[in-house]
Design a protein. Sequence first.
Length: 278
Amino acid sequence: MSADDKYPEESGRRRFVKGVVGGSALAGVGALGTVTVNSATASPGAGGGSTQAWAIENTDGPAPRGMPQIPIEIDSEGYIKGVWPDVETVTQGGRQVQVAEMDLGGSTYSSEWFQYCGGEGYAGIQPGYESDNYFRTGSNPAYDWQSNSKEEGDRFHVDDFSDYEEWGNGIGTAGTGKPASGRWRSEDADDVVPIQLLRSTRIEEAAQDNEWLQASTDQGFIAWLNKCTHFCCVPGYKQSADAARFGNADGVYCQCHQSIYDPFSLVQTLFVARPRPE
């Protein structure tokens, strides 16, 4: 087993929403991440650099940080979409570039949250990419309920999750939430932006007294970009029984190197976003 595959010690901390745990401590985490990332971000491009994002917490395994959350909105017909930040053209380094950034729930939400693991080159992560921003079922759904009721490209609707308070598939505890796997901002694009969507009473309860969750979740729905921050694999919530062997059957488990993420614990992470290629 390589050094990269060794697990860090567990912190033992479990709070639903955590802010920045000491500016200097978090800055140290971010700086450590730049040792390997900065060498890859020295090439010219647009955007990138030190970025603070809300993410589902990494609780075990070699992943350096959580996976970035995608804020949600539900349209008047009940279809679920991801919020994309406002786009404007600014001058950076003497060049005119597009940026996607907005204030949301007391935080700065930016497309740079998703600029890692090659995502910075995806068409759907470019600020000006034309998309309706709906979450859609992909070509290989991870859950039987999706395979039985959705076709590829179908949008997700609130009614698809009506049984979220009791749903279970034999992995972990039934009733903790109903998930879906899919894609976002990927129609007519060569690359697929993978996402995980989850509806849970735990999200509803936490959002009642939290400014960020009130702004970024809706009716118990939460979503995140589903790319492991370790080696960019696609993890899964209640997709593998092996999750129980590595500490959390009700968590998000990455089968590549056994990283675990907690979708019910939102933290702010500091990392170096890669620049978008010119």
